[in-house]
Design a binder for this molecule. Structure first.
Ligand code: AVJ
Length: 306
């Protein structure tokens, strides 16, 4: 069952002239596991490229970002990226924010055993719209940790608004450590979002299963096909689901007909030029202090202070 806000959002998206489902609905418990599997795929370079940057430059990242902060992990998932940085960043408090809260709760339970000196909280919430941290998150020295290039799910304008809101919540001396996927050749990008095993296809199709649960819809998943490709003109990956056949779909409070070939837009993932990512941060009130990239310049990790 969806909350009223999600139900309304789904209803509006499904009924729109250009139907869409927000990518946040990709992440139910199964979707989070499928995303973990995507991160293991040879074609999906972002996770391992970013991990290699953290691995190689971790000590310097910790020097620049500073130790002893409250580390707020946005879209924490299995918390693996943050956990690897704990020995270097030594946060006093770790706050794992994720829309898929049970998934993150389980991960956090294991982490508490390994790092008893760090106070840990899991927050199950959608931070994409409005975003206020509860009292339990300490206000001094907040370091937002936003890896994986999830910022790419926003349009650049939405990203700007989101970053301004983050900046306003940084507290004194706070900052952000963010991962940004950089623009690159189309073949590499196409393969990363349409892999040979079909894991990304399963991940995308799973959104329909999740929507069936959330608003009691009757999507027949076998009647839909995954598309994931780089739209170079718009500088973004697009994921769509295409109806294989004409069909009627119903959900709580609505219904519509899809003709064969009709598409539902499920995700954008913007790819940035490094200079544009820095401009975006600075336009949002941050000051970029340092950028780390891999030798191919496929991915950037940026630290910026509030
Ligand atoms: C988690 C949003 C960064 O855009 O690469 C992976 C999600 N979608 N494969 C991305 C995703 C399809 C991912 N982000």
């Amino acid at each position: 069952m969806a909350n009223a806000h999600d139900a309304q959002e789904l209803h509006a998206g499904l009924g729109a002239a250009e139907p869409c489902i927000s990518p946040k609905f990709l992440y139910d418990a199964l979707g989070s596991k499928l995303f973990e599997a995507i991160c293991e795929l040879p074609e999906y370079y972002p996770t391992r490229t970013e991990a290699a940057i953290f691995e190689r430059h971790g000590a310097e990242i910790a020097r620049v970002a500073g130790t002893g902060a409250t580390m707020i992990d946005l879209g924490a998932g299995n918390c693996a990226k943050a956990a690897k940085l704990f020995p270097l960043l030594q946060p006093t408090q770790y706050v794992a924010v994720d829309i898929s809260s049970e998934f993150t709760h389980d991960a956090l339970a294991r982490l508490r055993q390994r790092f008893p000196q760090i106070a840990m909280e899991a927050l199950g919430m959608d931070f994409s719209n409005r975003f206020e941290l509860p009292e339990l998150v300490r206000a001094e020295r907040r370091l937002f940790f936003y890896p994986g290039s999830s910022l790419g799910n926003f349009t650049p304008e939405q990203a700007h608004e989101f970053l301004m809101r983050l900046r306003a919540q940084c507290g004194s001396d706070g900052g952000i450590l963010i991962g940004i996927d950089l623009a690159k050749d189309k073949a590499t990008l196409d393969a990363a979002y349409d892999d040979a095993l079909g894991v990304t296809a399963a991940f995308n199709l799973n959104i329909l299963r999740h929507v069936n649960q959330l608003v009691d819809a009757d999507f027949d998943i076998r009647q839909w096909r995954h598309h994931g490709f780089y739209n170079a003109a718009r500088g973004r990956i697009e994921m769509h689901l295409e109806a294989r056949t004409a069909q009627d779909v119903h959900w709580r409070g609505g219904a519509r007909r899809f003709e064969a070939g009709d598409c539902i837009h499920t995700e954008n993932s913007y790819k940035y030029q490094q200079a544009d990512a820095i401009k975006l941060l600075e336009r949002s009130g941050f000051e970029a202090t340092r950028v780390w990239t891999d030798p191919q310049r496929w991915f950037a990790v940026i630290h910026a202070q509030a």
